[in-house]
Design a protein around this ligand. Structure first.
Ligand code: ADP
Length: 634
């Protein structure tokens, strides 16, 4: 029998499993059980339209057998089974889309991979030296046996099997110095693992269990030995309670149980930041079990990411990812919705028009919002963690669809600000505004720290006003979509018309600009094509120069726009170079204008580069700048 080869990626994954240092190897059982349960679901579905394919409901089961001598564990199910082609397709290739992307050869990565993707069937190779899968597909008479000892391939042979379904025999590895595989042969250990990960599986998971039973002394029997006596009885036990976690009362489920369930069910390494479990009554009755994850999944910001909740009808999964249940801006939420009001054979097309689904999705949206608000109010640190992972999605939600959702989302946003170490909400900002302050100030740079260091930011702060510190590309777009918060407009501190000066200062600046008009226009000529004007300003605090914007697009916004194809035209923001009228430098410039125009031109170029740097923009030509500075030094 010729060996068939695994696909390259599967081979890598297998190799990783076989050499895994992952300590949580017990999860292989969870993976096999959940495959078995899915297979029974599939058979059950098909029997809804063709009853000859099904079994009486109470005959569906998953069975575990342990053979201590042979060191094998056998997991059997009477689900849909697999045809020869399916065997090749399913067990010869990696099914999980995400895991296929894994290209690293670093062995240490296996822990995160196993944690992140859930590796399915292959995880059994963490504990096995050989696996056989004997399976007979629904509606067929022949069975096939898949067999593999790992990376060097597998065989598929025809065989016989009395019943439809799948039987997987796991040949445990020999114990090694720090790995005790024999442990998995213990029925206690197996019961524990099933209880921990697969308790909610809706089909019975049965196993022959040896239990000690007290032998009662026969009445009147004489015995000196008064210690209790036991005999071992062997009985078939059902290991799982079969009640889906979400069918249980929230008050009966512990935090740990939710966390374990979440991790196992949604393949996350970390416990969720928040769990929402409730039963909704009304025109549509359903249960929801929602989780707000701690971290974004690896593909969250790629187009591969699919949002959606799992949809169940009375404990039976009808859809793995029902996207209609979640708005895009809450796409990070994972969870389960179970409603016995939904029919089993609902299709993707009818789903959108489905009244129940629309009702459910509306109330889910409300629920998520109120939970996030609660978390924001009661657990600010946790909320910040959440916001670091998913805040960009909320900001994008404000901006998308022409700002249609801003009322839902704007109070969920939090920002860094000059007023606090913590993130603050817009409401908190506005509530703390002094009477004299009319607008909400913000500054934008690559990092919040750089935004805080901008000359104009410092100038605003020195007036006693707080400044929101933005550093996400989306931030300014989001604020422009919000437009007004509590009747207050937003003002970029670098805006040309930022008005912080006293009347007296204004007069001084106006006069200086008039008196030095020739000098300023000479400087502007030096910077032709780069700035629209050069002028004096009284609002730069200690800084010699700064950039400000003349138009409604800030320099930073223009920079972001210019990165997007087709938007080059915006790149030429209407920028002004401002010179601090209170800085000694302004006198130097005036002197140079009178004595050495070439030097004035050199200074102007250097000052422009400095202003860009202070604003967190790139210096256009660093070599030229360096040469100019040297020229001055020599
Ligand atoms: P996943 O379950 O995530 O798809 P697996 O590697 O665990 O990935 O399984 C691959 C595929 O093999 C499954 O999608 C299913 O089609 C098939 N399969 C696995 N176990 C069984 C089983 N017990 N009965 C029928 N099909 C199975």
């Amino acid at each position: 029998m010729a060996k068939r080869q695994f696909k390259t990626e599967s081979k890598k994954m297998l190799d990783m499993m076989i050499n895994s240092v992952y300590t949580n190897k017990e999860i292989f059982l969870r993976e096999l059980i959940s495959n078995a349960s899915d297979a029974i679901d599939k058979r059950y579905f098909r029997s809804l339209t063709d009853s000859s394919l099904g079994l009486p409901r109470d005959e569906y089961a998953i069975t575990i057998d342990v053979d201590n001598e042979a060191r094998t564990i056998t997991v059997s199910d009477n689900g849909c089974g697999m045809t020869e082609d399916e065997l090749n397709d399913n067990l010869g290739t990696i099914a999980k889309s995400g895991s296929g992307e894994f290209k690293s050869d670093n062995k240490d990565d296996d822990i995160s991979i196993i944690g992140q993707f859930g590796v399915g069937f292959y995880s059994a190779f963490m504990v096995c030296s050989k696996i056989t899968v004997t399976t007979r597909a629904l509606g067929t008479g022949t069975a096939f046996c898949w067999e593999s000892e790992g990376v060097d391939g597998y065989t598929v042979t025809e065989t016989e099997k009395a019943e439809v379904g799948t039987e997987i025999v796991l040949y445990l590895k020999e114990d090694a110095e720090n790995e005790n595989y024999s442990d998995f042969l213990s029925s206690y250990r197996i019961s524990d693992i099933i209880k921990k990960y697969s308790d909610y599986i809706r089909y019975p998971i049965r196993m022959q269990v040896e239990t000690p039973r007290l032998i009662e002394n026969e009445e009147g029997e004489e015995s000196d030995d008064k210690s209790p006596k036991y005999e071992t009885v062997s009985e078939v036990r059902t290991l799982n309670s079969m009640v889906p976690l979400w069918h249980r009362k929230a008050s009966d489920v512990s935090e740990e149980e939710y966390a374990e369930f979440y991790k196992g069910h949604f393949y996350d390494r970390d416990a969720p930041l928040r769990t929402v479990h409730s039963r909704m009554e009304g025109s549509v009755e359903y249960e929801m079990l929602l989780f707000i994850p701690k971290n974004a999944p690896h593909n969250y910001y790629s187009k591969d990411f699919e949002k959606g909740l799992q949809l169940y009808s009375d404990g039976v999964m009808i859809m793995e990812k029902c996207s209609d249940l979640l708005p895009d801006y809450f796409n990070f939420v994972r969870g389960i919705v179970d409603s016995s009001d939904l029919t089993l054979n609902i299709s993707r097309e009818t789903l959108q028009q489905n009244y129940q689904v629309r009702t459910i999705s509306k109330s889910i949206e409300k629920k998520i919002k109120s939970e996030l608000q609660k978390m924001q109010k009661e657990q600010r640190e946790k909320y910040e963690e959440f916001f670091k992972s998913f805040g960009a999605q909320l900001k994008y939600g404000v901006y998308s669809d022409f700002g249609m959702h801003k009322d839902v989302l704007q109070d969920l946003l939090v920002f860094r600000s000059t007023s606090s170490e913590r993130y603050i909400t817009l409401k908190e900002y506005v509530d703390a505004m002094p009477e004299s302050q009319k607008e909400i100030y913000y500054a934008f740079a690559d990092t919040a720290e750089l935004a805080a260091a901008l000359p104009r930011t410092q100038a605003v702060v020195s007036k006693g006003y707080a400044v929101l510190l933005l550093s996400d590309d989306i931030d300014e777009f989001t604020l422009s979509a919000i437009d007004k918060y509590a009747e207050k407009t937003f003002k970029n501190v670098t805006a040309g018309d930022l008005d912080l000066s006293t009347d007296e200062e204004k007069d001084t600046v106006k006069k200086a600009n008039e008196d030095n008009a020739e000098m300023l226009s000479a400087m502007q000529e030096t910077l032709a094509g780069k700035v629209k004007s050069v002028r004096f300003s009284a609002t730069l605090s200690d800084n010699p120069v700064a950039l400000s914007s003349e138009g409604y697009i800030s320099a930073e916004m223009a920079r972001i726009l210019s990165r997007m194809p087709g938007n080059e035209a915006f790149a030429n923001a209407e920028t002004a170079l401002e010179i601090n009228i209170n800085h000694k430098l302004s006198n130097t410039l005036k002197e140079l204008f009178a004595s050495d125009k070439d030097k004035l031109s050199l200074y102007t170029k250097i000052l422009y580069a400095q202003a860009r740097q202070i604003s967190g923009l790139e210096i256009e030509n660093p070599v030229e700048l360096s040469n100019m500075i040297c020229e001055l030094m020599v």
